[in-house]
Design a protein around this ligand. Structure first.
Ligand code: MGD
Ligand code: MGD
Ligand code: SF4
Ligand code: MO
Length: 751
């Protein structure tokens, strides 16, 4: 490896591929391979390869901006920070601390997420903090906690996948969303294992499968319960496992038995012989796994749906055993760590509960405050966005672009505009930053150090590789400065390692215990899997951190050469016991229910949404990269040839998709790979093709996840719609409308 190359990790998804960065003489930064990092072994997708393009000051913000006479205008840091601090103070004086909102992101490092949560509760004193992870894997997290007593996306490393017998991949298009990870599925099949993909579309991932089940969106619960019915009917349950390692089977069994194969076929559209074949492939081998992603999770019954898939694993003894188990493929770069350290409405660092008196005492102790001064749980992400301009008057936003990515986005945009103060920290002028009163330009991945926790629960060190441009500051500096201006001089260090040292103490003894992890270790090892408590006496013995019930130790034992007393980290969870009080995994009793919005005469088609390989999330970063725009230039509506024929739409013709919340227009992409009753739109773009103008903010009752994956729409060829379309709810249709004053930015601002 070139000695000037810094080993680090990609800024984007949860795979956190290893890469190196080398500054070139012309000021650009070169990405190199890091074959020593086992997860991707040097492979990168196009987003990772081109990530340095977003470091260029041509596309990013390099000066703070404040709104003057309706226009965002360059300002000094002092003015911009002063404006935010004064705004926050005066709104708090007038309306109380809960009038101040904070919104974070799963892309933020552990250090930033931790500091943001601490800032909200300790400096602002507000309960009103949540983050975009609520839109991501919150249903799987809730279901995992309910069943296993602990949520870590994958309870085993990716390297276990090729060695199991069968994988059911539910609503993940991994071939596009984590391309280097496709290797694990290819190797599985090379080893004689089988792959079942559950997706309403025949995606690139589904093309790899031995069996592709294409249910109607929103019916995964019925599908999973139907498979469990067949498992029972065919006598394929693992009675010993059920008896010794689970509770709640009788009720779950009874609920599943109501899902007769023919009923399930009717609900899901998956033919009975395919259901039987899936059961055979899943049950015949020694070991098997179920992996879910956003397809089944982003539903108003996402938590119960994941619960139904977990039930299937438990009933067949495919959990808490080597090479078997249920896992969720977390999405954002720090989607896992971002949900552990306190930016979620109901959480304290270490994956502790904000309502648990012992957790409050511990964290308040680390922070040096009275536990009673910590506010209680606040609203979930969508509920918080919906409350803006009502009782929440100010919002500090870091690491998300809800104007594009939130459900019912036109309404969210209107709420953001109605705030007394919107302050956004970002690297680029995102669509949300463009609405702000104050924008702060911050450093990003390659310009600062910090840790992330990958989808495997592997804590990683991203290293600073280059010097940031003039004019930008880090998110940690922003929080430090704002805290000081609001009267809290101490407790917000700007050095990430110092923050991490405090995070270690705050997480000690919690479910996500990082206390045994140090920057030094992370620099020497290829990441450390949590839980990793400090001060273990015999690292080979099963370790139970106080409060973290039932966490099995790393199966590999002590790291060679590691000093005695250093915990090796925990690649595999639950092998001895689950993390519940009694050590047993809990079945849930769940039954099929309809989506919040089912098709009817006015809106006869189902819309589902998701991703394409070349764009990332709201596109704030990747839409600024030429190579990625060439590959994925804009939104589209994927529809089946039958539906296209009915509309009279040809490939590339603009089609309008209309829901009760609004209307979006994008070119038709006609393909037999989607169900005829369903259309698909990627959500990466703003403007008239914004998918989230249409989506339904109906929330899951447990996880508060919005129903991004199912809503009812009608689809019309644009030439014929002029007279016909109109929102039934009477809501303003803001898709594509250029908000006159608010998005104006003075020329100098982004130069
Ligand atoms: N290229 C790219 N990669 C990314 C991201 C990105 O934006 N772009 N984002 C990252 C993040 S944060 C995340 S969360 C992950 C998401 O990764 P994935 O979950 O793989 O991505 P999605 O495209 O949202 O959804 C996956 C699949 O769910 C299917 N689906 C839709 N409705 C249903 C349903 O009702 N049931 C089932 N079973 N399937 C359904 C869709 O057809 C789609 O193929 O990707 C990460 N990686
Ligand atoms: N219809 C539909 N909508 C969806 C989904 C879907 O499947 N369908 N998926 C949902 C999911 S899973 C997710 S995760 C969300 C994601 O959607 P968003 O929350 O909008 O995520 P990003 O586009 O990644 O936004 C991150 C923002 O933070 C900025 N940023 C990057 N790094 C930093 C940093 O270090 N500091 C600061 N301050 N800013 C930074 C980026 O420039 C960008 O503007 O979208 C959700 N929305
Ligand atoms: S798969 Fe994810 S982590 Fe890997 S290079 Fe692509 S975006 Fe980056
Ligand atoms: Mo996500």
């Amino acid at each position: 490896m070139d000695p000037s190359a810094t080993p680090t990790h990609c800024p984007y998804c949860a795979l956190q591929c290893g890469m190196t960065l080398t500054p070139a003489p012309d000021g650009t930064v070169e990405v190199g391979e890091r074959p020593d990092f086992p997860v991707n072994r040097g492979a990168l997708c196009g987003k990772g390869r081109t990530a340095p393009a977003v470091l260029s000051s041509r596309v990013r913000l390099t000066s703070p901006l404040v709104r003057e006479n309706g226009v965002l205008t360059p300002a000094t840091w002092d003015e911009a920070l002063g404006r935010i601090a004064e705004g926050l103070s005066s709104i708090r004086s007038a309306h109380g601390p809960d009038a101040l909102g904070v919104f974070g992101g799963g892309g933020l490092t552990n250090e930033k997420a931790y500091s943001l949560g601490k800032f909200a509760r300790l400096v602002l004193g507000t309960s009103q903090i949540d983050y975009n992870g609520r839109f991501c894997m919150s249903s799987a997290a809730a279901a995992g906690t309910r069943a296993f007593g602990l949520d870590r996306g994958l309870p085993f490393p990716l390297e276990d996948i090729p060695r199991t017998g069968c994988v059911i991949l539910v609503g993940s298009n991994l071939a596009e969303t984590m391309p280097p990870a496709l290797r694990y599925l290819t190797e599985l099949r090379d080893n004689g294992g089988t792959l079942i993909v559950v997706d309403p579309r025949r995606t690139r991932s589904a093309e790899q499968a031995d069996l592709h089940l294409a249910p109607r969106p929103g019916t995964d619960l019925a599908l999973a319960a139907g498979l469990l019915h067949l498992v029972v009917a065919e006598g394929r349950t693992d009675e010993e496992f059920i008896r010794e390692r689970t509770s709640g089977w009788e009720d779950a069994r009874a609920a599943a038995m109501a899902h007769w194969p023919e009923y399930v076929e009717r609900m899901t559209g998956v033919p009975v012989p395919q259901l039987r074949e899936a059961v055979r492939l899943f049950c015949e081998p020694e070991a098997a796994m179920v992996l879910t992603a956003r397809g089944p999770e982003q539903q108003s019954k996402g938590t119960d749906t994941v619960g139904a898939w977990i039930n299937l694993c438990l009933a067949t003894g495919r959990a808490g055993r080597p090479l078997s188990g249920y896992g969720c493929l977390t999405g954002q770069g720090n989607g896992q760590g971002g949900r552990e350290h306190g930016q979620k409405a109901d959480q304290l660092p270490g994956y502790r509960k904000l309502t648990d008196p012992a957790a409050r005492r511990h964290v308040a102790g680390v922070w040096g405050v009275d536990p009673d001064s910590l506010p209680g749980p606040g609203r979930s992400a969508y509920e918080l966005l919906d409350a803006l301009g009502g009782d929440v008057r100010a919002l500090l936003l870091m690491g998300s672009n809800p104007v594009v990515s939130a459900p019912r986005a036109a309404h969210v945009e209107e709420r953001l505009r109605s705030l007394d103060l919107l302050a956004v920290c970002d690297v680029v002028l995102s669509e949300t930053a463009a609405l702000a009163d104050v924008v702060l330009p911050v450093t990003q991945w390659a310009e600062e150090s910090g840790t992330t926790t990958s989808l495997e629960g592997r804590v990683l060190l991203r290293r600073r590789a280059i010097t940031p441009p003039e004019g930008v500051r880090s998110d940690l500096e922003v929080l430090h400065e704002l805290a000081a201006r609001l009267g809290v001089e101490k407790g917000f260090p700007t050095d990430p390692e110092e923050v991490f040292e405090e995070l270690r103490r705050a997480s000690a003894g919690g479910p996500a215990d990082y206390s045994g992890i140090t920057y030094r270790r992370l620099a020497e090892e290829n990441g450390v899997f949590w839980p990793c408590p400090a001060n273990v006496e015999d690292p080979a013995a099963p370790v139970r951190a106080p409060g973290a019930a039932g966490v099995a130790p790393a199966s590999g034992g002590r790291r060679p050469g590691a000093p005695v007393g250093v915990h090796p980290g925990t690649p595999r969870l639950f092998l001895d016991r689950f993390a519940t009080e009694d050590g047993l995994a809990r079945f849930v009793s769940v039954a099929h229910r309809a989506a919040a919005e089912e098709p009817d005469d006015a809106y006869p088609v189902v819309l589902t949404t998701g991703r394409v390989v070349a764009q990332y999330q709201s596109g704030a970063q990747t839409r600024r990269v030429d190579e990625l725009n060439a590959a994925a230039p804009g939104p589209f509506v994927e529809l089946h040839p039958h539906l296209a024929r009915r509309l009279g739409a040809a490939e590339g013709d603009p089609v309008a998709v209309v829901s009760r919340r609004g209307r979006a227009v994008a070119p038709a992409r006609i393909t037999p790979s989607i169900r005829p009753d369903t259309v698909f739109m990627p959500f990466h773009w703003p403007g008239e093709g914004r998918a989230n103008t249409l989506t339904n903010p109906a929330l899951d009752p447990v996880s508060r996840m919005p129903e991004f994956k199912v809503c009812a729409v009608r689809v019309e060829a644009v030439a014929t719609v002029k007279a016909a379309v109109g929102p039934e709810s009477g809501e303003a249709l803001e898709a594509g409308s250029e908000p006159a004053a608010a998005t104006q930015v003075s020329e100098a601002a982004t130069a």
